[in-house]
Design a protein around this ligand. Structure first.
Ligand SMILES: CC(C)(COP(=O)(O)OP(=O)(O)OC[C@H]1O[C@@H](n2cnc3c(N)ncnc32)[C@H](O)[C@@H]1OP(=O)(O)O)[C@@H](O)C(=O)NCCC(=O)NCCS
Length: 370
């Protein structure tokens, strides 16, 4: 017996099942840190039942649940976020790891279109990071100042598990067959992108858009070569661009026209769009093709980070998520002082094609590049 107890612990067995209203009685075991009124049946009725994938974790053979695991869709149907919580009495026994393994073994079949499950963990939460590593997740990056948790801005570790990743000792089928899409590979240079000129410090100004900018914007919005690397489709008519300026650009919290110094005609656009976390916003930019390769985008991005932290309350991190196959855009960010943090696998889709994306960030304490 003595010898037996020193052997490696047997893997814990768990089951994952849907919640029932009667589960409210055992919710205080794990949910009291998270919820004001965990014993309210309304939490199960109004939140859990309406959630697309929220499950109870039970120890095998026991119906009383000991925690929960959830997979919450993001704005992109290919991507969802994993969350889990366990009653403290069950910590340190492999229960969460078993529940996460079971989740990845089933959720890709249950959520249509899902290709990437990601988990965002506070850097200080080593136990949770360990769970993900044991369950076969890939640690992709540490993202500084990425999320606000209980009022505090936190550095976050990004983990992912792809539909094509091997399952860790869960079923005999260790690798999924259902998807074998390969990430896009780096494309070769276009002539315009190669069109480098002697680097001279370009000066640009940034100003809010006006309805009268429609003709200037039509220049890049109607250009198929510009649209090819962007999420949007080519704009066919001035009316569509006009509607875009009126309905998206004017009400946008931080969107600016890029003008060459001394001119009022926009040659491009730059925007900083808030995310669900007030500390974090996403940078985007586009430039009319005639002005590529002259340092204009770099100058606009430098000017953006030099002002936007003062102009958007609570902002501490500006991030840019760039297609791995868009080296010009990555170069812009590097020149403007951004840090390349990670390649996030299957993170975004451009024109329906799932892409690996490079995550860049500039945080409010980073030095500005002259
Ligand atoms: C990306 C874009 C904004 C760049 O604008 P730009 O004004 O040409 O950028 P800059 O001149 O400031 O810098 C471009 C850099 O990329 C380099 N570059 C261009 N094509 C490249 C390629 N294929 N491979 C490697 N580097 C490349 C340039 O040489 C330059 O670097 P350098 O100064 O060290 O020589 C512009 O091409 C564009 O509007 N593209 C379409 C929209 C887009 O991609 N937006 C970003 C989405 S994340």
């Amino acid at each position: 017996m003595e010898q037996r107890s020193q052997e490696a612990p047997r893997p814990v067995e768990v089951t994952i099942r849907r919640f029932e209203l009667s589960d409210v009685d055992s919710m205080t075991d794990w949910a009291s840190d998270l919820l004001d009124k965990p014993r309210e049946p309304s939490f199960i009725r109004d939140f859990v039942f309406r959630h697309p994938w929220f499950r109870a974790i039970c120890l095998a053979g026991v119906d009383r649940h000991v925690g929960s695991v959830s997979v919450t869709p993001t704005g992109d149907p290919r991507r969802a976020e994993l969350g889990y919580v366990l009653a403290r009495a069950h910590w340190g026994k492999g229960v969460a790891t078993a529940a996460v393994k079971r989740t990845v073994a089933t959720v890709f079949d249950e959520m249509e279109g899902l290709e990437r499950l990601e988990a965002l963990v506070d850097v200080a939460n080593t136990a949770s990071q360990h769970v993900l590593e044991k369950a076969g997740f890939r640690r992709e990056a540490v993202l500084p100042k990425y999320r606000v948790i209980k009022g505090a801005v936190k550095d976050i570790v990004m983990f992912s598990f792809l539909i094509t990743d091997p399952l860790v000792d869960c079923t005999s089928a260790s690798t999924r067959q259902s998807s074998s899409k390969k990430p896009e590979r780096q494309k070769s240079l276009t002539m315009e992108q190669r069109n480098r000129e002697t680097p001279r410090a370009v000066e640009v100004t940034l100003r809010p858009f006006e309805i009268s900018d429609v003709d200037a914007m039509m220049v890049w919005a109607s250009d198929p070569q510009v649209a090819a690397v962007c999420r949007w489709d080519v704009y066919e008519s001035t009316e569509h661009v006009l509607a875009f300026i009126r309905d998206v650009m004017l009400p946008h919290p931080w969107s600016r026209a890029i003008c060459l110094a001394g001119e009022d005609w926009p040659v491009g656009a730059v925007s900083v769009t808030p995310t669900g976390d007030p500390c974090r916003a996403e940078l985007g930019y586009v430039l009319a093709r005639a002005h590529w390769g002259k340092g204009v985008a770099t100058a606009a991005v430098k000017r953006t980070v030099a002002t936007v932290f003062d102009e958007m309350e609570g902002l501490e991190r500006v991030e840019a998520v760039v297609d791995v196959a868009n080296p010009a855009s990555q170069r812009v960010l590097e020149k403007a002082g951004f840090t390349k943090e990670a390649v996030l696998r299957k993170y975004g889709a451009i024109k329906g094609v799932v892409k690996d994306m490079v995550m860049f960030s500039f945080i409010n304490t980073d030095p500005f590049v002259e």
